[in-house]
Ligand binder design. Structure first.
Ligand code: SF4
Ligand code: SF4
Length: 192
């Protein structure tokens, strides 16, 4: 049975829409031109205002709240702070953390014999950092993590360790977050 043919009438575009589109283009051009001439003027005066970084010679400075590559905190004695509890591995929504725990010689604490993160799967959500009870894994400001082979994206413990002194900015940001949350009034649960 042949299908029913329905003729749809398309209403002509109102002229006002066309003029709004043209206006938006003109506004965009005006913004682009303003920045161009402002930067040109700064360049001519020897004080460029262009926000350009000569990467990789210059590194971008990120805010403490920035979430780059997750790294492991290395204590001054050269050991990891991680106690291999596995909470970050459990919390990671994409299962990109692999931990094999082992016991320390005093058999009191554990340490990660293997601690791998597959950066090709990491989505920088920061849940590993939030779940860690030891402040042992933190989101760093590292962003240069590209690799030409998938194996190169699996970062091992020795690659992930960063001296605690280099992570103070981020650790301070995390602690400020704890303080802010602690000072917020508790939300009462609604009774069912
Ligand atoms: S940042 Fe998110 S995705 Fe990446 S390792 Fe941590 S929990 Fe997993
Ligand atoms: S990094 Fe933190 S959460 Fe993950 S295993 Fe180590 S101590 Fe536990």
């Amino acid at each position: 049975m042949p299908g029913r043919v329905v003729t749809v009438e398309r209403r002509p575009r109102p002229r006002a829409m066309d003029s709004l589109g043209a206006l938006a283009i003109l506004r965009g051009l005006a913004v682009t031109s303003r920045h161009f001439f402002r930067n040109l003027w700064g360049f001519l005066r020897g004080r460029p205002t262009i926000f350009t970084i000569n990467y990789p010679e210059e590194a971008q400075q990120f805010a403490p709240a920035f979430r780059g590559m997750p790294v492991l905190v290395e204590m001054p004695d050269g050991k990891e702070r991680c106690v291999a509890c596995g909470l970050c591995e459990w919390a990671c929504p994409v299962d990109c953390i692999t931990i094999y725990p082992a016991e320390t010689h005093d058999e009191v604490e554990r340490y990660p014999r293997v601690f791998d993160i597959d950066m090709s799967r990491c989505m920088f959500c920061g849940l590993c950092e939030e779940s860690c009870p030891e402040e042992a894994i933190v989101m760093s400001d590292r962003v240069a993590i590209a690799s030409t082979h998938w194996r190169g994206n699996v970062w091992h413990k020795q690659d992930l360790l960063v001296p605690v002194g280099d992570l103070e900015k981020r650790l301070g940001s995390i602690r400020r977050g704890y303080d802010t949350r602690a000072s917020e009034p508790a939300v009462e649960r609604e009774s069912a």
